[in-house]
Design a protein around this ligand. Structure first.
Ligand SMILES: *Cc1c(COP(=O)(O)O)cnc(C)c1O
Length: 375
């Protein structure tokens, strides 16, 4: 059965963004797009071909995502940000063996983990490639800076391991003040300098924001996510390369009705029409990942006109104000999310209105009621 909500994913937009990133980093730097969380909600199966065509390798978070890439036939390099301890203890060794056999590069963050992966690799009679992650000040994944030289030595002397990369991640590359990112980069470079790291070890740090704004962070390889799909994360993005948003979401107007002066709409009756008017009903809600925090704030577009949401976002539907659009009729296309960065219903602007980030908007828009169309 046809779904009411349609998400159109543009292959050419993703290709454009990857070319732009490639041009920006130059031919020497390796491009490893992040395809985690189903390509930030855009659909890995739809986008794998175009992304892998333009990439030197791919990044994912969970090992299960890495295995999915192999099942889909991708045979290039894959770096998983999570590693051994993301598996429960009972299946840990088996899962590590599976990853090694599938030639997935695992991230390591401590000595026990290094020893465990080494012993599994030795048992299999192979050498597993690993990247060591350095925590340069985010207190998320990574080993302490002071431990890096020793951990590098341990990996170098492990018969079952090959150190292929050393990396860190920025906490604040999308903040106006870049000094925190610059400091993290300096800490990372210092840890590298103190360690016995061969020339063939890839050094990397940059996410989308750092790629655009902090050239010294490009090092040997970059890991763009959000920019691949066409969105900027930070203020001042206007001056940056013109990315093309890959996602457009539409749904039909399914009911239109007249409103008497003084009537209110939606759960909690949070919006009251002072004058008479007209409203329309659109079948999308927080059950589809359209944030409830957009209640009484967002706009949609109908026939090229920005139309306000009235009242609260329900699980399955929203109410829009058609008073200024007398010609609107049932069946008209309602653009929920625009693929124009400058539109009021762009991913970036909706994120701002919802008090969140573009990532959460695109990752969230997933439900059985959405049909994805690839163009
Ligand atoms: C998700 C992720 C990225 C990509 O970040 P964007 O801001 O989407 O470019 C890069 N590196 C790590 C470690 C990540 O978790």
């Amino acid at each position: 059965m046809d779904q009411l909500i349609t998400t159109t994913i543009s292959e050419s937009a993703v290709r454009h963004n990857l070319m732009l990133l490639r041009e920006h980093i130059g031919a020497e730097v390796k491009l490893y797009p992040a395809v985690k969380a189903d390509c930030y909600g855009h659909g890995l199966e739809l986008l794998l071909d175009v992304i892998s065509e333009c990439a030197d390798g791919l990044c994912v978070a969970a090992p299960s995502e890495a295995m999915r890439l192999r099942r889909l036939g991708y045979d290039g390099p894959v770096l998983a940000f999570f590693s051994a301890y993301s598996f429960s203890e009972e299946i840990r060794e088996l899962s590590i063996a599976e990853l090694i056999s599938a030639d997935i590069t695992q991230t390591v963050v401590d000595k026990k983990e290094i020893e465990l992966i080494n012993s599994v690799a030795v048992g299999l009679g192979v050498v597993a490639s690993v990247h060591l992650k350095v925590d340069t000040g985010m207190l998320r994944a990574g080993a302490a800076v002071a431990d890096i030289p020793e951990l590098v030595d341990i990996i170098n002397s492990s018969a079952g391991l090959k150190l292929m990369g050393l990396y860190t991640h920025f906490s604040s590359a999308d903040e106006e003040d870049l000094s925190i990112a610059e400091k993290q980069l300096a800490i990372f470079n210092e840890a590298v300098a103190k360690s016995d790291v061969g020339d063939d070890v890839m050094l990397h740090a940059a996410n989308s924001a750092a790629i655009m704004r902090l050239r010294p962070s490009h090092l040997d390889m970059v890991r763009p996510g959000l920019a691949v799909y066409g969105y900027h994360t930070y203020a001042g993005a206007e001056t940056l390369p013109p990315l093309k948003p890959a996602m457009r979401v539409t749904a039909p107007l399914i009911q239109v009705k007249d409103v008497e002066a003084g009537s209110s709409c939606g759960y909690g009756l949070t919006y009251t029409f002072e004058k008479g008017g007209r409203v329309g009903r659109v079948p999308i809600g927080y059950g589809d990942g359209y944030p409830r925090s957009l209640s009484n704030k967002a706009t949609v577009r109908i026939n090229g006109k920005d139309i306000a949401l009235r009242g609260r976002v329900s699980m399955d539907q929203i109410i829009v104000d058609l008073t200024e659009l007398p010609d609107a009729t049932v069946g008209d296309e309602v653009e929920i999310i625009s693929d124009d960065s400058a539109a009021l219903n762009s991913v970036e602007n909706l994120a701002r209105l919802a008090g969140t980030i573009p990532y959460e908007i695109t990752c969230g828009l997933r439900s059985d009621r959405i049909e994805k169309v690839f163009v």
